[in-house]
Design a protein around this ligand. Structure first.
Ligand SMILES: *Cc1c(COP(=O)(O)O)cnc(C)c1O
Length: 332
């Protein structure tokens, strides 16, 4: 096990990403001041939150002199698409294990959006059925390569282990500097939570920065385990890496499981409405799987009066817009 100091960071994206004030949306919703951290603009393969994680993960793979990146996710995984681009950038082979979705068997979903881009980046795709065991399949592929004298590097679902989540610990430092320079005093950070690394990283980052703000993570509905457990698990290993006691941090943020609708990857009427609202008020694209749902949560919180007018929220735009075209039938 290494410590944080042993990690290096490989430049894969454009940082700092912009922190922008959403004046029209703020006025329209009549609640807190709303800023957006544009991590959809990291620049790697259209951008997204996995770039920050991959800067640490791919650096680790190179340090270990690996020759192949293996990772997995759904057919429309943003993490997988950014991993494929990172592998291309540094000249590694890339094997992607993709789960079919129980909800989508249309051509748009199976051929467009992220999966189209994965192929442009030259990755090898292994498509497995919806009920096949992803973790097992990833380990099998890993073992198989090892036995054949290759040097694979296994990146977990969403890049959410301690090394990957380190990207979001450091993101807090970046946000803090932007806030200080522009005299912004945020009271809340808002994000979509899937594999949990983003929220766990934000939690530790805010703790290390000694920043008195609340973190609200909106679950996108990946089950078994539930989101809170996912975040806790990543937080525990991340704290190990930074030599921080995770116990006082465990309940320092909120995980809300009420806005993902019937499940991961399925749109809700509220998320579609949120995508259209932000597109039409701000000219900014959200996505149907993650940020649309988190924004629907934020909007509902505002309507419930859970913020007051002195509050300032920063919505972390974690990306995902490459999936929009795969959901064209749901958006029209
Ligand atoms: C992966 C992803 C998330 C969730 O981040 P986790 O670290 O997996 O919780 C949020 N938004 C988008 C667009 C993503 O691709």
């Amino acid at each position: 096990m290494y410590a944080f100091h042993d990690l290096s960071r490989l430049s894969l994206g454009f940082f700092p990403t912009p922190l922008v004030f959403l004046s029209n949306l703020t006025e329209h919703l009549g609640g807190p001041q709303i800023y957006m951290k544009r991590d959809d603009c990291t620049g790697l393969a259209t951008g997204g939150n996995k770039t920050r994680k991959l800067e640490y993960l791919v650096a680790d793979a190179l340090r270990q002199q690996c020759d192949t990146l293996i990772t997995g996710g759904g057919l429309q995984s943003n993490h997988v698409r950014q991993t494929a681009a990172a592998a291309a950038r540094v000249g590694l082979k890339c094997i992607l294990i993709l789960n079919e979705s129980p909800y989508h068997n249309d051509k748009l979903y199976q051929e467009n959006g992220n999966i189209l881009l994965d192929q442009l980046f030259g990755a090898e795709l292994q498509i497995i059925s919806q009920d096949a065991n992803m973790a097992e399949q990833m380990t099998n592929t890993y073992k198989h390569l090892k036995e054949n004298e290759c040097h694979p590097y296994l990146i977990p679902l969403g890049g959410s282990n301690a090394i990957g989540a380190t990207g979001y610990v450091l993101a807090v430092e970046e946000i803090y500097q932007q806030c200080s320079a522009n005299k912004i005093k945020p009271t809340h950070l808002i994000c979509a939570s899937g594999s949990g690394g983003t929220q766990a990283g934000l939690m530790l980052g805010v703790h290390l920065q000694n920043w008195p703000l609340k973190i609200y993570g909106f679950s996108v509905g990946i089950k078994n385990p539930c989101e809170k457990t996912r975040v806790d698990n990543v937080l525990a290993s991340l704290c190990g890496l930074f030599d921080v006691n995770p116990e006082p941090l465990r309940n320092s943020s909120l995980v809300d499981e009420n806005y993902f609708g019937s499940g991961y990857g399925q749109t809700t009427p509220e998320s579609i409405a949120a995508i259209k609202l932000v597109a039409q008020k701000e000219g900014i694209l959200l996505d149907p799987v993650y940020t649309g749902k988190a924004m629907a949560g934020l909007i509902d919180y505002i309507q419930q009066g859970r913020f007051n007018s002195n509050d300032t929220v920063i919505f972390i735009h974690t990306g995902g817009t490459a999936a929009l075209s795969a959901y064209a039938d749901k958006l029209n």
